[in-house]
Write a protein that binds this ligand. Structure first.
Ligand SMILES: C[S@@+](CC[C@H](N)C(=O)[O-])C[C@H]1O[C@@H](n2cnc3c(N)ncnc32)[C@H](O)[C@@H]1O
Length: 317
């Protein structure tokens, strides 16, 4: 990289249509998650305390040429505020746990959450927020997650949205093993995986210290049971090992680079419910129809839906 390229502010999304597209998908999906769990069928057996766990919470808000864009923490709160009357009517309370490692981002996140709560004084009936500054792979972070009173009938929404491959596989496995009715949205950074595969193909003695460190992080990310072959373009092997083998459906949305051909990352929607997996595929088809620049693509949403990959468990649990 050298010093030739200006360092971009990661909290300015003006030229990052893929980040805005991801946040729109998150918002749509979270809205539908709330509607589904607040429905009469689910209410018959699900608890009224629901949990949202965001392991890489960020600052809560981005800047954009036109103003600001909500990051994941504010996406939840905005959707909860919009649905608060319907949730209140059913005595639902959503507990949000936000984990953020960087001091600077954590401070900005605290301020953005406080600002939102100050402007929505009645939201406390339906939502509460805990913000923790911690490394999500640490034992203290895990103790915080494990202390949540999640039972088998508790709805849980999980977001794992790291830079690169900062989530260790053992952390992910613990999250997947939590009790509760979990739906998970996972950002699988295929561009980072391909870069790491390139480093792994070099002779050991040719590696720089930095490359060795990257490979160690990469190996912690993959876990022992994932050995990627030549083709690192697909999230399938990782999805099979981390989710499908445990009875989950995985729907993979390929997020293209904004300025060239190829996939930057996959958003993996992970659920045990086949209907929710179908719904996510449909939602992805709609999103593909729109594209980054608002130009409608020629395929119909149904055709686009059919192009969205999904990986299915053999014996759904
Ligand atoms: C891609 S950003 C998250 C964006 C956020 N989900 C959103 O949609 O607005 C990743 C964030 O994770 C934080 N982070 C990186 N490593 C972490 C770790 N090990 N534990 C917790 N947070 C971490 C970074 O400081 C950064 O704020």
């Amino acid at each position: 990289m050298g010093g030739s390229r200006a360092v971009r502010d990661p909290w300015d999304v003006t030229e990052r249509p893929h980040t805005k597209a991801k946040l729109r998908l998150l918002s749509d999906y979270f809205c539908r998650w709330l509607v589904i769990w607040n429905g009469p069928r689910q209410r018959q057996w699900a608890t009224r305390d629901w949990y949202v766990i965001d392991m890489f919470a960020g600052q809560g808000r981005y800047t954009d040429a036109d103003g600001t864009v909500d990051g994941s923490p504010l996406v939840y709160l905005e959707q909860l505020a919009a649905m608060s009357d319907k949730l209140r009517a059913n005595d639902v309370h959503v507990h949000i746990l936000l984990m953020e490692k960087s001091r600077k981002n954590f401070k900005a996140l605290q301020a953005n959450i406080q600002d939102f709560l100050d402007n929505h004084p009645t939201i406390g009936d339906v939502a509460s927020v805990t913000v923790r500054r911690d490394d999500c792979n640490s034992e203290t972070a895990w103790a915080e997650v494990a202390s949540l009173p999640v039972g088998t009938n508790t709805p849980v929404f999980l977001l794992v949205d790291p830079y690169g491959f900062a989530i260790r596989r053992e952390t992910l496995d613990r999250l997947v093993a939590l009790p509760g009715r979990k739906d998970l949205l996972f950002n699988y950074m295929v561009s980072g995986v391909k870069r790491a595969q390139g480093i792994a193909a070099k002779p050991r003695e040719a590696l720089s210290r930095r490359e060795e460190a990257t490979l160690a992080t990469y190996s912690d990310f993959l876990g022992q049971d994932v050995v990627l072959g030549e083709d690192a373009d697909s999230p399938q092997e990782y999805a099979e090992a981390a989710f499908v083998s445990k009875g989950y459906y995985v729907v993979a949305y390929d997020m293209d680079y904004p300025d060239r051909a190829g996939t930057l990352y996959y958003l993996l929607f992970v659920t045990k419910n086949k209907e929710i997996a179908e719904m996510a595929r449909g939602m992805f088809g709609e999103s593909k129809k729109q594209g980054f620049d608002g130009q409608l693509c020629l395929w119909s949403p149904e055709q686009l839906k059919a192009q969205i990959s999904w990986f299915l468990p053999e014996d759904p649990v």
